[in-house]
Design a protein around this ligand. Sequence first.
Ligand SMILES: *Cc1c(COP(=O)(O)O)cnc(C)c1O
Length: 367
Amino acid sequence: MTRECGRVYNFSAGPAVLPEEVLKIAADEMMNYQNSGMSVMEMSHRSKTYDNIIKTAEKDLRELMNIPDNYKVLFLQGGAHLQFSMVPINLLKADGTGVADYIVTGQWAKKAYSEAQKYGKINKIATSEDKTFSYIPDCSNLPISEDAEYIYICENNTIYGTKFHTLPNTKGKTLVADMSSCFLSEPVDVTKYGLIYAGVQKNVGPAGVQIVIIREDLIREDLPAWCPTMLKYKTHADNDSLYNTPPAYGIYVCGLVFKWLKKMGGLEKMKEINVKKAKILYDFLDNSKLFKGTVEKESRSLMNVPFVTGDEALDKKFIEEAAKEGLVQLKGHRTVGGMRASIYNAMPIEGVEALVEFMKKFEKENA
Ligand SMILES: *Cc1c(COP(=O)(O)O)cnc(C)c1O
């Protein structure tokens, strides 16, 4: 299979595939961004041109997600991992007696839960670890702590391929969500959350940018004295994400992706496409004699689809032969094994169809 520019179908979980249209615009604008005579990479983040880039990116994101005015949008660095720390540092009481409840549905939530321990009393109120995180637990009536300052979830579990299709009943408490791998894949009611964050390298842009959407009343000033200036949401909120040099080029590419999403028809339309794409793969898995999905049906992610043959040697052979056909990065996360196809917004439907065709052929040859 040969595609334009020798490109492959890239099923990486992240950094991941980007829309080819966006890559082409970035390439066209590389040497001379809109008559500035320079690349966005070479431009002062204090320039008028750059100010327009970051402001437009924020405006387009607000439009796509319908973000209310009482929420700040921050473009930060440090990956989702830094949010594992920033969330408890900024939301918990400064004296270390703060309380938060975590729902642990995978490695990322588990890491966030363990990091938060440093800053307060952190409870694990539900987990799906008993069945290798292959489902989302019932969160309709959890033992929410009376004094919890927030309830934490990882909304789409990139490694295990599960997604919260119903948000937990937080009993009025603030919901915080790591949306790294489902950000902008479907419409979201922002008002249901106090804080949303996402590393953009999964579904939006190049690694290095972290988007935080935070309700203004959660931006506190009374933080612990030891808290570094750079780790305060307030620092970045007060300076429109330009307190220091932001990940300027990454934000520019995110902005191009926001424009692309608008052109595609917005998040309703993206969801429709994502449902259709995922269905092709899940329908095949449900009927295959060789391949099996590893997740309970009701918990399935639209973005990350893990599957196995049940035979490690055969999994390895599949991954190798698929790569020769231009279907790459299908290896499951090192903690799970097997295969995982990440089918983010930018994965064309043709890529999923090509994968399923290849799986059919492989199944026949290895029956
Ligand atoms: C990838 C991922 C992370 C980790 O992201 P880094 O940018 O490497 O820190 C955290 N949470 C989720 C849901 C992820 O998919």
